[in-house]
Design a protein around this ligand. Sequence first.
Ligand code: NDP
Length: 618
Amino acid sequence: MSCKPTTVPPAEQVDIPALREKYRQERSIRVNSKGQAQYVRPVEDFAAVYEGDPHMPVLPRDPISEDLDVAVLGGGWGGVLAGQALRQAGVKNFRNIDHAGDFGGVWYWNRYPGLSCDNDAYCYLPLLEEMGFMPSKKFTDGFEIRNYCQSIARKYELYENALFHTLVTAMRWDESIKRYRISTDRGDEIRARFVVMANGLLNIPKLPGIPGIHEYKGKMFHTARWEYEYTGGSQENPVLDKLKDKRVAIIGTGATAVQAVPFLGKYAKQLYVLQRTASTVDERKNTPTDPEWVKTLKPGWQRERQLNFHRFAMEMPNVGEHDLICDIWTEINRNLSVQFNEHGWPTSPEDYMAKREVMDYQVMERLRARVDSIVQDKEAANILKPWYRYLCKRPASNDEFYPTFNLPNVKVIDVSKTKGVERMTEKGFVANGVEYEADCVIFASGFEVSSDLDRRWGFDIFEGREGKSIYDLWATEYRTLHGTMTRHFPNLFFNIGFIQGGFASSTTEMYKLYGKHSAWVIAEAQKRGIVTVEPSLEAQDKYVDHVRATAIDISAFSRECTPSYFNNEGEEIVTSKGEKKLRSYTGEAFGPGFYVFEAMLQEWRDKGNLEGLELSHE
Ligand code: NDP
């Protein structure tokens, strides 16, 4: 399977300086000087948004007190793939701990109507060949992903030990027993020799701190805790019939809202879509998996496809390479590679970036024209057009999103001028000076992705050797060996991604690699009778220097983007050296790329001497 380039307006017809200026203006409307402080953690009045579980009852149980070889914090993709790798490496005494009621992570919590994967499922779902599984379609449904994730957990026997509905509240290294003491909201005291942090990126929902949010008396919930009891329907059958007499407002138009809005528009009596920044929404072209295509696949096909996806989405295709993915993520490079074949391939990274920038404007023009071609009301169409460079926000694809705005019961309201919804009242909300009544307000307002770590990880006490807090050590910068371990925290692995490691187009590829790497180190330590492993200061400094020396500087691009979690809402942090830096959700990515990173870790493991780690046998 490969595909043709898209039809975009010719470069000579695109007024790039004018667009650049328009992007700058739109950005300045949206930048909020409060930065991350504009959001609130769902605690106190909103505790149910985070602590409750609308999907299954939280049953009482007795606290556990135990010594454990490995605690894997998380049961989403990171945790399942860490567990799978530990199993493969022969490590036995471990458990996954998660505050969800089952495996699945984001796919456990998020069950909103229309939830499906925006990435090619043949790349995104890991271990397809090992599991003998094939997704039912290119962009597969959320419940299929959840079921598949759970089937991996079953196959690798992760259920036996899993501790669900258990929220970690503190973690401290105890030098006297050479273990982490993990406390939970269930009163557990788990003493783990090794800990794998697999707590994910989209684990903590956030709410906009809209003035008056506490006054609103109607129904409120976050999309990550969808309440079907209120809306009617179910994830598998999203007939939201209980909304037929309800006025509903949804706050946000990110990747989540794009998927949920068509269902709300179809069933609610009235739907208000409160938008601050428009998403790019292309056609979906979701096709069922073709059994004839499946028959053509040769062993190793998934990795080949993932490599192709990675090159087309994030790097540069090889000369003559065809795009196998053929969707929004690969469009720019697909179009460029056709141009390059005709007119010559770029002579330098700068040459490539310059050509890419032009194609970026062309593609964005195409996407804006798409809005006009579908949305009949001119004012609504204008509101829904995105004005920024491609990848400033996560691109979406959906065939029903724009047509929803042609329904008489649906209204999009631009709240960008007030940097978000102006105010909430007892009966509804105020936008642009007008009060609207709403029976229900749904927050599609995203997750804590690039905020301070304690906000993101959700527990206040996280201490290593000598009582050092990770939050203090990493307040302004990460310092790691291989993006997975850090000094002062023996036997601890960060399988989260985006912390000085390689950044893969499929996040699950990243989790798989971290899982394999951490499991290997743990298994080796066990085989060799090593009690603690910890990066030496020298090795860590050397790695950090290497990451920084080879980093690709995307700060100019990020600074020009509209604010979002991609660029820490445009908020700068000051490093220990006094430099101002934008914190990006890609943290400090390993510049030479994910697959170079993967090869580097493989080489390190092949050497077999645990180079750069201080080892203690007692
Ligand atoms: P996002 O953070 O992408 O979007 C949050 C939305 O809320 C934005 O539109 C934001 O506006 C808006 N918002 C925030 N505060 C206010 C306010 N005060 N007033 C009005 N609007 C406000 O969250 P999502 O849940 O949409 O997506 C998060 C991530 O989840 C995605 O980027 C993706 O990684 C993942 N996801 C993945 C899917 C998949 O297919 N695999 C599907 C869905 C989500 P603004 O943009 O102006 O900040």
